[in-house]
Design a protein around this ligand. Structure first.
Ligand SMILES: Cc1ncc(COP(=O)(O)O)c(C=O)c1O
Length: 356
């Protein structure tokens, strides 16, 4: 079909590049920041039970799950929305609020979905360079114009693992025009050790134009189930509901996510393993003399000063899939997810061999 059949905005959308999936037994994947322990066991049991009713459409409003999230995060029910992954919630926000030609401020070298949703709805992505691998909030403020409609922030940031501090976020919001919608993507927040994370929900409660995004894909081990959630003032949530497909969150996802919230033992194990894995990897990377960024997430950015795509192939040959950051605009850096003890060991042994 001729390209001129397409909407103009679609011509500029690049294909999403996912982490590669293992095709052979014994290959480990440390490329998409998934939970190395698999899904939460409580979640699996709930999914099995829910599967007995698959002839029935799911609850269009995800009421039980939203009630549980509202209770856990101390917000009201009408300030919560659930989506087919948090990806979908970004899309719903843009569908509801972004007008053609309006600008969307995005940090450079970041998760590609922000640019995707901006382009999908004929918005104009405006990229702001990082400063020493940190999101540069001052520069982002300077990028605001009359046409700015949305800002995406990511904390902890994919792929650098660094957070925006509470103070920095507060000052940013003080200076940002109130009509700009700030989406703060906290997909990895549960892994953070730093307790100075922004109190992002307090701005939602105040009624600021702030949307906070979380997901069941990472910490809860449910990436394959597709379930994310978001918080925003009720007025914004109401319009996001208006543009959402009626049955976007399937019956298994609603049941599995609800049960995962209660799986305290699994969540504790996940947090502890990540902390220990992080310390181990730091020590091993130090031994190899590789420079890396300290992380608040479940992955580490490593500067390899060598073509990342080549290293990716070498490691793949050794049975370890990592993420070259070429598609993030960092062709000499890789991102590795923190795995189980055994996976981390295999990663470091293969990395040592590959760079020697
Ligand atoms: C920063 C960030 N936000 C959101 C997502 C996607 O989450 P979900 O699986 O809920 O769509 C990812 C997945 O890699 C991510 O890295």
């Amino acid at each position: 079909m001729a390209e001129d059949f397409l909407r103009d905005a679609i011509k500029d959308i690049k294909d999403y590049i996912p982490g590669k999936t293992p095709q052979k037994r014994g290959v480990i994947k440390l490329a998409s920041n998934e939970n190395p322990f698999g899904p939460s066991p409580k979640s699996l049991a709930a999914i099995e039970k829910a599967a007995k009713n698959l002839q029935v459409y799911p609850d269009q409003k995800s009421i039980l799950l939203r009630e549980a999230l509202a209770k856990k995060f101390r917000v009201s029910f009408d300030q919560v929305i659930v989506g087919n992954g948090s990806d979908e919630l970004m899309q719903l926000a843009a569908a509801a609020f972004l007008r053609p030609g309006e600008e969307v401020i995005i940090p450079e070298h970041t998760f590609s979905l922000y640019e995707f949703v901006a382009r999908l709805f004929d918005g104009k992505p405006v990229f702001v360079p990082l400063k020493g691998l940190e999101q540069d909030l001052d520069a982002m403020l300077k990028a605001v114009t009359q046409k700015t409609k949305m800002v995406f922030l990511c904390s902890p940031h994919n792929p650098t693992g660094s957070i925006i501090t509470r103070k920095a976020f507060h000052e940013f919001l003080q200076k940002l025009p109130k009509n700009v919608l700030v989406t703060i993507d906290e997909a990895y927040a549960e892994f953070a050790e730093d307790k100075t994370l922004p109190e992002s929900l307090s701005y939602v409660l105040e009624g600021r134009n702030v949307m906070v995004l979380r997901t069941f894909s990472k910490f809860y081990g449910l990436a394959g189930l597709r379930c994310g959630y978001g918080f925003a003032p009720a007025e914004l949530i109401k319009y996001m509901f208006r543009v959402k497909p009626p049955f976007n969150v399937n019956r298994l996802a609603q049941a599995g996510a609800l049960a995962a919230l209660e799986d305290t033992a699994f969540l504790k194990m996940t947090y502890k393993n990540n902390l220990e894995g992080k310390k181990y990897l730091y020590a091993e990377l130090d031994k190899l003399g590789l420079s890396y960024k300290k992380t608040e997430a479940n992955f580490i950015l490593i500067n390899i000063k060598y073509p990342a795509d080549e290293l990716f192939l070498k490691l793949m040959g050794a049975g370890v899939i990592i993420r070259p950051l070429t598609s993030f605009g960092l062709p000499q850096a890789i991102r590795v997810s923190i795995g189980t003890k055994e996976q981390n060991k295999k990663l470091m042994a293969s990395l040592e061999k590959a760079i020697s």
